[in-house]
Design a protein around this ligand. Sequence first.
Ligand code: HEM
Length: 466
Amino acid sequence: MAVEAAGRDVPTLTGWPVVGNLRALRTNYLGTISRADRELGGLARIVAGPPGWRLIMYSVTSPELIEEVLGSPERFGKQHPGYRELRGALGDNMLTSEGDVWHRQRRFLASVFTRRRVAESYAPVMTDEARRLVDRWRQPAATGTMLDGYPEMIKVASRVSGRILFGADMSAAADLLTRFRRVNDHLLRRAVAPHPLPTAAPTPGNRRLHRDLRQIRAIVDTLIARRRDRPDPTASDMLGLLCAARDADDPADRLTDQEVAEQAMLFLLAGHDTTAVTLSCVVLLLAQHPDWQARLQAEVDDVLAGRTPTAADLDRLPWLGRVVRETLRLFPAAHGVGRSPATDQTLAGCRIPAGSWVEVSIWGVQHSARVWPDPERFDPRRFDLPDRGLTDRAVPGSHRYAWLPFGAGARACIGSVIALTEVQLVLAAILQTYQLRTPLARTPVHAAITLLPTGSLPFQLSPRAT
Ligand code: HEM
């Protein structure tokens, strides 16, 4: 017999009779989470759908409770439907695995994500792609053509992830990137459907998903086999590093080909949409705030004096870092992370039933007026923290889990340095060359697996006066 955890009921957000907040979650997921935070505080139960077809979410938006959930993986695990879906499609990778399997993967992969690796191997690719982007934009800048932020940034972010993952094999992988976007879109649609049909159901969408996944996997397997046949100890792309990785505790141990393939596919998925959304939001924010745009231009001009930015310059561009931090507060590309307890739990004295959906809402806490004064205002001065690195989460007067765009605890994002480096390098190159304008007064976004723009994000460029 299951042991019932003691505790009160979690306060429930008001909704319509019978269907609760079904429509509200579908049409305004993020706004509904923020309403729950405003009306009920940092822990709320949100019900969607009629009895028997109901989805119940426990939304967590207080930094203290987030710390408790993310800090207790043994109580709040990753057997969440969203992660199950991802596991089904891509295999058991570092994002979805738990326990010993996860420990093993993280041990192996740590060497692929060191700061030094990012600065020496990946940042030059980012700088090069930023330069290409700036060149590609000369024509639209000269003609005053309106561009759309997200597709522009997807192009640059996919090329960066393709190159840092596959290096010289990037051209062999180009088809893979296109297919991967389709898989990503399909998974996004499934993740936001309340009760998606199993992927085994023979719908046209599912058949295409399986065909795409098989072909992606075949390309990745061929690339891995090629690396295994002709090992290159000097290879500094991720695929080469994954193939060469050895366990620090047991150098004879190495990742199997299956493990390498599963991680590579995860990096493609985890890396480029999130980075592209962040880049498009920061471009729009600066176009909407000419004062901040001018301030950053003055900083890059002063520090770089026209030179191409490198990773080594970033420490000397503090306002660039603060603007990116504030962008990630307002627009956290990963707006929430799901957890699910295997047994009944209590949180803030309330009962959370086994198997339920606990949503740590990064959006919710970062937009909460209880946590951030005037939360909707874009104000990079919030992060004016001398002597603190960009990945340091502490903000004076605030809980250290008040800002967590990269998650927190043992399962925090392993790619945060890659993402921050890429966003800052691309942004610095854009600001050196162009003036940004947009007709939009705000940046419309909605929640899918990641945050996505709602409609286009139009902006115009003009060459900066020299
Ligand atoms: C702006 C860009 C990014 C954002 C906002 C972001 C956000 C996050 C968040 C919130 C988590 C925690 C998930 C959880 O707790 O369940 C996470 C985990 C992860 N991310 Fe990222 N990410 C970004 C870029 C990247 C990149 C570029 C990579 C790899 C190339 C990456 C790889 C991963 C992996 C492997 C994990 C799982 C870590 C673990 O569980 O040990 N991410 N990310």
